[in-house]
Structure formats: C-alpha cells, structure tokens
Design a protein around this ligand. Structure first.
Ligand SMILES: Nc1ncnc2c1ncn2[C@@H]1O[C@H](COP(=O)(O)OP(=O)(O)O)[C@@H](O)[C@H]1O
Ligand SMILES: [Mg+2]
Length: 243
C-alpha cells in the first residue's frame, strides 16, 4: 500500500489545493504515480490549477455512481505521472460508504493518493478514506490561521491524532518582526507536529497559469523536502532565511 494524504484547514484559502498540487509534482519527480482527488464539492479547482479543466466531462460523483474510475481520471499532458479526479459540481454528491470503497480501490492502484478537502470543521467524510490516511493541516503564519489550525487539532477524529502541520506562505518577516520568536511558537500554538514549511512564492501563486513549478525554485525544494519526509526520510529544516 502506498501513501494516502488528506488536507485540512480551519480557515479557507491557506493553500490546501496549491500544496496538494505542489506535492503531486514533487512526488512525480521521485518517480511516483500520484492521484489527486478533489473533495471540494461545488468549488473544484485542481483541474484548473493543473490545466486539465478543458477536458473535464465526468467527476467523482460519476465514479461513485458506478462509472469506471478511468472515465473521470484526467492525466496531465505535461506529466503522465499525475492524474486528477475533479470534485462534483453540486454539493451533497459524496456518500461516505461509496467513498470508502472508492478510496480502497485507488489506494491499490497509485503510489500516492491525495484527497484535497474543503476548509472547515466538518470531518464526516474524513474517516471514510481509511485509517492509513495521513492528515496534513495547512496553515499560514498569521495568528488567525494558526489559531484556526489549533481548532482543527482539537476536533480531528481520534484516529487522526498523528496529523501533521504544514506552514504555508512562510515569510521570515514573521520572525524578524518578532511576531513569533521562532517557528516553535507556531507549532506550539497549533498543537500539531510540524511536517514542513513552504515559502510565500510567486511560482505557487501562478500555478493556475503555468501548471508547473520551476524545479530550481525554493517552493519546489520545500515541497520536495516534505515529500521525502512523507516517504520516511529524515530531512532537516533549513535555516529560516533559506526556506
Ligand atoms: N506558498 C504560496 N505562495 C503564494 N501564494 C500562495 C501560496 N499558497 C497558496 N497561495 C495562493 O493562495 C490562494 C489560496 O490557495 P488555495 O490553494 O486555493 O487554498 P485552499 O485550497 O486552502 O482554499 C491562491 O490564490 C493561491 O495561489
Ligand atoms: Mg482548496
């Protein structure tokens, strides 16, 4: 069985979908086949971020209603190792029972499956993707976002207590201006164990236009460090200035 990941955040717009796509690119550079499942019913975006939106005809609800998985699986023309299943365009189309069956099947096909969930504290679909799913809470370094991450930490289902934190849009200014003394302050407030930091990055901001990330960018290097940690490697955090 490969790696199964699921994104969470209290606040919207912390970068769950961007990080999901970024991690898929990083894992593909390691030769892994990655499936991204967009769970944001009514507000899908992974197809647009990765440039397959023009091809989309079917979505996750079609698969849950019996269509072959391949029918709603869109492989990136620029990277055959990454595929996307778009979220349904209407709300309320994902039932936990059917999702459980689907999750089991795709986990046996792909090296990495990433379920990109919407923000908020409704965890009703999270348990359906299986106990092996590693939960990634994405927060930004601003105090509101960090407090919301703590709210997620307090409410995640018991089985998900090994969930990890990714601090996205990190900027060393937060430390320079003494908003936090160091990164440990953010980790302590959130209540999670840290998995990694991703910098504020124009590369990531423009993902919906470029559909790729420059391999020399700090952003991809940061995502690559996270992907390696998720594969069990011990990868040190760089100095704050170098993130
Ligand atoms: N590291 C980053 N640097 C710059 N912009 C980012 C970064 N991560 C995300 N963004 C931007 O933040 C916005 C929200 O990101 P998105 O991935 O859609 O968040 P979510 O899925 O959590 O709602 C988007 O405009 C995206 O381009
Ligand atoms: Mg999103």
């Amino acid at each position: 069985m490969g790696i199964c990941l699921a994104t969470t955040s209290g606040k919207g717009g912390t970068g769950k979908s961007t990080i999901s796509c970024g991690l898929s690119i990083a894992f593909s550079k390691m030769g892994k086949r990655v499936l991204l499942v967009d769970m944001d019913e009514g507000l899908r975006c992974l197809d647009l971020l990765l440039g397959v939106d023009h091809s989309v005809v079917f979505d996750l609800s079609d698969i849950l209603n019996g269509a072959p998985i391949a029918n709603a699986t869109y492989t990136l023309p620029q990277n055959q190792l990454i595929s996307v299943i778009p979220a349904p365009s209407e709300i309320g189309k994902i039932s936990p029972e059917l999702l459980r069956e689907f999750a089991q099947k795709v986990k046996s096909i792909y090296d990495v499956v990433i379920f990109d969930f919407p923000a908020g504290l409704d965890f009703s679909l999270y348990t359906a993707i299986g106990d092996d799913a590693q939960f990634l809470t994405i927060c930004n370094p601003d105090p509101v976002s960090v407090r919301d991450a703590a709210a997620v930490c307090a409410r995640l289902p018991q089985t998900k207590c090994d969930a990890r934190l990714i601090i996205n849009r990190f900027d060393a200014e937060y430390i320079k201006r003494k908003i936090y003394n160091n990164i440990d302050d953010i980790i302590d407030i959130s209540g999670f164990r840290l998995l990694g930091l991703v910098p504020q990055s124009s590369e990531l901001m423009l993902l919906s236009v470029t559909h790729n990330i420059n391999k020399k960018s700090k952003a991809l290097k940061a995502l690559y460090r996270i992907a390696r940690r998720l594969c069990g490697e011990s990868v040190r955090l760089p100095k704050v200035k170098k993130i």
